[in-house]
Write a protein that binds this ligand. Structure first.
Ligand SMILES: *[C@@H]1O[C@H](CO)[C@@H](O)[C@H](O)[C@H]1NC(C)=O
Ligand SMILES: *[C@@H]1O[C@H](CO)[C@@H](O)[C@H](O)[C@H]1NC(C)=O
Ligand SMILES: *[C@@H]1O[C@H](CO)[C@@H](O)[C@H](O)[C@H]1NC(C)=O
Ligand SMILES: *[C@@H]1O[C@H](CO)[C@@H](O)[C@H](O)[C@H]1NC(C)=O
Ligand SMILES: *[C@@H]1O[C@H](CO)[C@@H](O)[C@H](O)[C@H]1NC(C)=O
Ligand SMILES: *[C@@H]1O[C@H](CO)[C@@H](O)[C@H](O)[C@H]1NC(C)=O
Ligand SMILES: *[C@@H]1O[C@H](CO)[C@@H](O)[C@H](O)[C@H]1NC(C)=O
Ligand SMILES: *[C@@H]1O[C@H](CO)[C@@H](O)[C@H](O)[C@H]1NC(C)=O
Length: 416
């Protein structure tokens, strides 16, 4: 016996009701002599009908009552026309209970700009009719899943997409987040979205994406943020990624890539965040990486990088967060822990760092430092007093090293 949230039906129903909203005819603001906008009766009834078919254990939608749906929580209207422009049902914790006819006349609906249904417990398939909401600028369907109760082991069903062709209808879309949506059967997902003119932000983390070489030119002309993490593509990083030279943030963690970081990385000079943790990347860090002078966050943990951390790293003077933990690095460049003054978070644990006196008194120069983890290395020397000058420092872990004599072998130095 199990209960299944028929979440695609819920999305379908939302789309269905959104379609109703289209037929809203008048705007009370022009009729009641009051300058405040009130939503139309049709739109209100559509939303109420939708609410009726939701379980709402946390009473999230308790404000969905009364005349003016523009005042309801999660509903935002256009101030001038009174049309519902935004629906925020993220973290809604409500199960769709109804059984509605398939979408009708959705193409008439042109008003909705913003739809956030993230983490709201949907599963099953995404209705392609969402692609008819042509004014949509923001769409978040991420982190939707439902647990089948009473099964052992417990089964978690994710929201599914069998293709991404419908997305092409959303001509104004800027951020699209479908992280944790199961796209394993959407084989041509890349071609589906790669010519998208407006997309600025794309999150497809943990989507079970199947990678195949694109047959068309990849032309994400406007994309700034690309998160493809945890999709197990392997074995090598696709070349087209390095042609996206407007990228500001790139996350290709957890792809099972082998080999070195390709030289092409130097082309993405606008990059501020680069994450490639949890791959099988090896060899020393390439000098092309240090071309990225504006990089603020670098995450390369859980790879097989070897050798010295190159001196070029000191050229990345904007660096704030550095995570090189769980690799096979053997040494740090002199001055890393003193000249990169923006550093706030430094994670270097679980390497083979073997330097003597690598933590010098000059660490006192890193006045922004909040957290330092160098545990499980072979660092020797004494712990410098100048650490006491770092007034933002919250945690420091130097355990499992050869610092300050034997007593440090297991102790954790923590400043709070
Ligand atoms: C206008 O609307 C506001 C809020 O909805 C209400 O408080 C006010 O009394 C209304 N004024 C008139 C003249 O109807
Ligand atoms: C609409 O009005 C609300 C409340 O007066 C205001 O907070 C909001 O910024 C306005 N929105 C726009 C787009 O003007
Ligand atoms: C609405 O969506 C359906 C399903 O994706 C599609 O077949 C239809 O052409 C769309 N209508 C318009 C006007 O975009
Ligand atoms: C995704 O869907 C496919 C087929 O529908 C299924 O075999 C697979 O287990 C699903 N993946 C996850 C992570 O649920
Ligand atoms: C890429 O997109 C730009 C702008 O939308 C367009 O001018 C150009 O022709 C496209 N190139 C290809 C190969 O599709
Ligand atoms: C990097 O940029 C150079 C010069 O613009 C170009 O020739 C090369 O093909 C680019 N590399 C990649 C991998 O896109
Ligand atoms: C670091 O910057 C200096 C000065 O701009 C330059 O000469 C050097 O080649 C750079 N090193 C690397 C590895 O990029
Ligand atoms: C640390 O700061 C002092 C002055 O505050 C400066 O003289 C010294 O060169 C700095 N050390 C490094 C390694 O940047």
């Amino acid at each position: 016996m199990f209960i299944m949230g028929s979440s695609s039906m819920r999305i379908a129903a939302i789309v269905f009701y959104l379609c109703f909203l289209t037929f809203a005819t008048f705007h009370n603001c022009f009729c009641n002599g009051n300058s405040s906008i009130v939503c139309s009766k049709t739109e209100k009834q559509a939303l109420l009908k939708f609410k009726q078919d939701l379980k709402d254990p946390s009473n999230r939608l308790s404000s969905w009552a009364g005349d003016d749906c523009c005042q309801w929580s999660g509903v935002v209207c256009d101030n001038f026309t009174g049309h519902v422009h935004e629906i925020h049902l993220d973290n809604a914790d409500c199960n769709y209970n109804g059984n509605y006819p398939e979408y009708e006349a959705c193409w008439l609906y042109h008003h909705l700009r913003y739809l956030d249904l993230s983490n709201a417990g949907f599963s099953r398939a995404i209705p392609h009719q969402l692609g008819n909401l042509t004014m949509m600028r923001y769409l978040d369907l991420s982190r939707n899943s439902v647990f089948l109760q009473g099964t052992f082991p417990e089964i978690e069903l994710h929201l599914r997409g069998d293709n991404l062709h419908w997305v092409l209808g959303l001509l104004s879309l800027q951020p699209l987040d479908m992280s944790l949506v199961n796209l394993s059967t959407a084989v041509d997902w890349l071609e589906g979205i790669s010519t998208f003119p407006s997309l600025v932000e794309l999150h497809l983390a943990e989507c079970d994406l199947k990678y195949s070489s694109p047959s068309t030119t990849i032309n994400f002309t406007s994309i700034h943020i690309l998160d493809f993490s945890v999709n197990y593509f392997g074995p090598s990083i696709p070349k087209w990624i390095f042609s996206l030279n407007h990228l500001v943030s790139l996350d290709i963690s957890g792809w099972n890539f082998y080999g070195p970081i390709p030289n092409g990385i130097k082309n993405i000079t606008s990059l501020k965040e680069f994450y490639a943790s949890g791959n099988n990347l090896n060899s020393p860090l390439p000098k092309e990486l240090f071309n990225l002078k504006d990089l603020v966050s670098l995450g390369l943990s859980f790879n097989n990088f070897q050798g010295s951390i190159p001196i070029g790293l000191l050229n990345m003077t904007s660096l704030r967060d550095l995570d090189l933990s769980n690799n096979f690095f053997t040494s740090l460049p002199n001055g890393l822990l003193s000249s990169l003054r923006c550093l706030e978070l430094v994670i270097l644990n679980q390497n083979h760092l073997q330097l003597q006196g690598v933590i010098s008194g000059a660490i006192g120069n890193l006045t922004s430092l909040i957290s330092l983890d160098m545990s499980h290395n072979q660092v020797e020397g004494n712990i410098p007093r100048s650490l006491g000058k770092l007034c933002k420092l919250k945690t420091i872990d130097l355990s499992y090293n050869k610092l300050g004599g034997e007593h440090s072998s297991k102790s954790r130095y923590r400043v709070t």
